[in-house]
Design a binder for this molecule. Structure first.
Ligand code: NAP
Length: 321
């Protein structure tokens, strides 16, 4: 079958379009014939060898897919052939077919277009897990970094569903418009040299929660604006800068810092992930959450799409279909 292959560690232009054998479908796995694949920031880390796991070369990248179920391994009776589905896979999504463990697969209502479904499982699965890790409650103030990105937009929508007040940190006017459309109450600029002051003006008593997929200056400045009992959830380092922390900061303000890893939780605690799908899909079908597909690109355009993400030119999700 046709697939994009990572044959050597590097940037998007090192990927090769070629053919690979069809995947095996073992017990507890379903095969999805891929219609669309969400382009993730973590794809860039994976193909450059900077991700927390390094698959053996060569491998097929791509971690967020939608399509129809075309094969069922043993013990997969909860799904049926031909069913519309979306899934998180460790890699393998930029191909005609992929297999996924059932806990990482969700059925998708017929009313949802497949390219939209491809922007759903990783973004919303990761965002929901992160907000759980924060214990975000109604009435609390949350600041979200990279808020117009795929995970960021999902965080805004799910935080609003929880009744929180959302401050979105974004890089330009187009991204501000997306964040506002997702329901953000306040906007701050990720290029501001006074992010702490900007946050303090909006939340004089301090913010309750920081959701941080960016690291670097965003982490350092927003941490200064975290109030008594506040929680930080570290999700990633899109800025490329991994901050260091001074532990006394957390003690004297009675605060906590937790990491949240969607990918590892899929492996270590799959029931926690599968338990989330029905509620998330219900919100999707009801229109309470709306995966933002900013562009749909052809299969051949994958390197270009990844480069746009790298250059910080994407709001929401680019989808390959
Ligand atoms: N831990 C988990 O469970 C989990 C799951 C999924 C993703 N992630 C991580 O979450 C982060 C966001 O993923 P995503 O798919 O939402 O990516 P994305 O759509 O590309 O969003 C990333 C955002 O980060 C901001 N950013 C700030 N500095 C940047 C820089 N130097 N280069 C690029 N972007 C920069 C950009 O916002 P502005 O330009 O508006 O400032 C951009 O919109 C990544 O680090 C990813 O690895 C973690």
């Amino acid at each position: 079958m046709r697939a994009w292959k990572c044959v050597t560690w590097g940037g998007p232009n090192y990927l090769e379009l070629g053919s690979v054998p069809e995947p095996e479908c073992d017990a507890g796995q379903v095969e999805i014939t891929v219609n669309a694949c969400g382009v993730n920031f973590a794809d860039l880390l994976l193909i450059s060898g900077q991700f927390q796991v390094r698959p053996e070369l060569p491998f097929v990248p791509g971690m967020e897919v939608s399509g129809r179920i075309t094969r069922l391994g043993p013990d997969c009776e909860m799904f049926s052939l031909g069913q519309k589905a979306a899934a998180y896979v460790k890699h393998g999504g930029y191909a005609e077919k992929v297999v996924a463990p059932v806990s990482q697969v969700t059925s998708i209502p017929e009313s949802i277009p497949l390219p939209v479904a491809a922007a759903f499982p990783v973004s919303y699965g990761s965002a929901e897990l992160a907000l759980d890790r924060a214990g975000l409650a109604a009435g609390e103030v949350v600041v979200i970094g990279g808020a117009a990105g795929a995970v960021g937009t999902a965080c805004i929508e799910l935080a609003k569903q929880r009744g929180a007040e959302v401050i979105a940190c974004v890089g330009d006017d187009a991204k501000e418009a997306i964040a506002r459309a997702c329901g953000a109450d306040h906007i701050v600029s990720s290029h501001s040299r006074h992010l702490y002051d900007d946050l303090r003006e909006i939340a004089p008593d301090g913010v309750n929660v920081i959701i941080d997929p960016v690291g670097g200056i965003f982490f350092e400045e927003s941490l200064r604006a975290l109030g008594y009992g506040g929680r930080v959830v570290s999700l990633g380092f899109a800025s490329g800068k991994i901050p260091s922390i001074r532990l006394n900061h957390f003690l004297v303000r009675h605060q906590s810092l937790v990491g949240s890893s969607f990918g590892l939780t899929c492996v270590k605690d799959p029931d926690r992930i599968s338990a989330k799908w029905p509620l998330l899909v219900e919100m999707l079908e009801a229109g309470h959450i709306n995966p933002r597909v900013s562009q749909t690109r052809s299969f051949a355009e994958l390197p270009k799409a990844l480069q746009m993400l790298k250059d910080r030119k994407v709001a929401g999700r680019i989808v390959i279909s």
